[in-house]
Design a binder for this molecule. Sequence first.
Ligand SMILES: NC(=O)c1ccc[n+]([C@@H]2O[C@H](COP(=O)([O-])OP(=O)(O)OC[C@H]3O[C@@H](n4cnc5c(N)ncnc54)[C@H](O)[C@@H]3O)[C@@H](O)[C@H]2O)c1
Length: 361
Amino acid sequence: MAKKDSSTLKLAVIGLGMGRGHLGDYQDYERSEVVAVCDKDAQRLKERGEAAGIEPGCCYSDYRKLLRDAEKLGLDAVSVALPNALHAPVTVAAAKAGLHVLCEKPMATTARDARRMIRAADEAKKKLMINFSFRFTDQSQALRRLVDSGSVGEVYYGRTVWHRRRGLPGFGGWFGQKELAGGGPIIDLGVHRLDLALWLMGNPTPVTVSASTYGAIGPQLARKKRKKFDVEDLGCALVRFDNGATLIVEASWAGFSEKKEDMVTQLWGSEGGIIQRNIGEGYTFEALAYGESNGALWESRLQQPLEKSSSAYRAFVDAVLDDTPVPAPAEHGLQVQLILDAIYKSATQHREVKVPKPAGR
Ligand SMILES: NC(=O)c1ccc[n+]([C@@H]2O[C@H](COP(=O)([O-])OP(=O)(O)OC[C@H]3O[C@@H](n4cnc5c(N)ncnc54)[C@H](O)[C@@H]3O)[C@@H](O)[C@H]2O)c1
């Protein structure tokens, strides 16, 4: 059995696509150590395991075997970066094996599964965090501090968006299949911007959703290639909250839009407004704030925070080792999932639907 050292967190990363990013960040952090990896793709497992310096005996193709070996490996936690439909079964199994879990977004493909995950983690008394990585940018962190300071007042309206001009995933893969992904860009990209908006708004309770989804481009292209694609390529929703606030959510993988990549989360409050958006068409961000001061309306822009923000991975490691609350808790994942479920239900039924209460899990 591996020797336990309580000063570092020993992790396994399951799924080595996006999981490669998890792995790198854990390896760069002095408080965490990756002792095993898992991927069912033998070549990816070999290449990425070797590149990360993981011993061949600690590279697993079957997550069940990895979890059976948890004690032998001295594991404390796993990072789950698998296709969406596997988030729930793997998280539940990991919690039952006595492990803390950082699970990729979306938390699950249904709120029912998200509840199962929370139950399993609660029963095992283990932490469960969702990788809502957009919370961890310097810009998001600075804006959240601004909201917390009261300078935005009561947020009553928001718009949160991620549009891609042409960003359809490879046809035939899991991303375009409802059964494996749970949906299209709304659950893939929209989930990030939805969580960011909710978190900046202080996670008010959603009550109703009215949504539409479309497949104007993706399905036709997939048909030509004879590949399965049964999810939307654009979706939009209006979410109402119990405090009277309203949020517009939009996401697309394809459309005739001005920008190649367009992300923006804008909130309007009684005392001020905020914007978190990408710069140009890329993956760097800016934060803007609007308010009234000395008889004038002002705009201010974040230059830099005084302290660099932590990544989601490091924040997870710190929360487990220090036994503090995780900064993107599963309860927020469930709230997001309830809205996602309601978006797909509303779009299918062409009417406004109620969002169930998160309680009663
Ligand atoms: N937080 C972010 O910014 C971010 C970015 C990209 C992806 N993601 C999320 O990460 C997850 C994975 O996405 P991805 O882009 O890495 O997908 P991917 O298809 O590139 O990688 C998934 C990996 O899981 C492996 N896999 C599939 N089934 C498996 C099984 N049963 N056992 C072991 N391995 C298995 C595949 O072989 C593949 O290597 C998704 O939930 C996605 O939404 C999050």
